[in-house]
Design a protein around this ligand. Sequence first.
Ligand SMILES: N[C@@H](CC=O)C(=O)O
Length: 341
Amino acid sequence: MMDKIKVSILGSTGVVGQKMLRILENHPYIDVVNLSASRSKIGKKYSESVAWVEPGDIPERFRDMKMVSTDPEDHKNVDYVLSALPPEVAEDIEIKLIKNGINVISNASPFRMAENIPLINPELNYQHLELLEKMDTKFVKNPNCTSTIMSMPMVEVLRHDYKKITLSTLQAVSGAGFTGLSYMSIDDNIIPYIHGEEEKIPAEISKMFGFVSNNKIINRELNMYVTSVRVPVKVGHMGIMNIEFNDDIDIENFKNSLRNFTPLKKFKNLYTAPKNPVIIHDEENRPQHKMDLSNGMEIHVGRLEYKNKNLRMVILGDNLVRGAAGITVLTLETMNEMGVA
Ligand SMILES: N[C@@H](CC=O)C(=O)O
């Protein structure tokens, strides 16, 4: 039996932190040994520190765990820190951990675009994890939730010669975090702007589809334009993507390639990897939040329509699971399988 990978969860009381605990509750080889959040919670039991919003009860084994600080001394006993910290505090805390030799996989935005730090959506670019072989202390980033979800079907788009990609995203309230948006501002309303999102999405996707050269990632140039709005659903980011191709494509081949896209199949112990990361729907009323988010790691794609070298598709994914907590865990599992953890 292999030794378990010991982890700390930073930001464990937020929506993403709670989701990580749900995913790791019965994980066969990742063991959560420390929980931390803001200073005011140090020494308290987890159950007294959290405003629990995740469906179901707080997992029994975490209820009485005593909260620790984010300081490196409190994380010397783990193999990895998984960070679900808010961006305002993540930068300083994560750098301090790295400087003290503590490996970090982080969901927070600072350093996502650094050329020597892998930005991983495992099915798309697990190969970038080779950069870790040269790092004494490992530092890995997850993309923003929307970049993670929308990039998945782009794997097939980018195999063709295209002129322009236009994406409109309809993003759930949970993407703004537990205290991000008041009920009064989003109830019966759509907010036509999400700060920073429209720049982040194409930039991060261009990094994910980049290549490694001389220990850094060279981004792939993209001609992509994004509009992002906040809509009143709790979970699930939807995107409407239009692609103008230079040459004709075969739409049935396009769909089949996505259906058969299973690049992680060769790794046997990926507990959180879905069998098929992209699910293609032919029904005109799919994908839908109410029908398609039960396995949070899959990306659902429907309404594919191809005419005159133009393709339209509607994309849906769970922003908290695939977009944040689940991708962090899948990245660690993949690193472990590749022998770079
Ligand atoms: N920036 C996203 C959250 C995902 O990382 C959002 O605001 O929905």
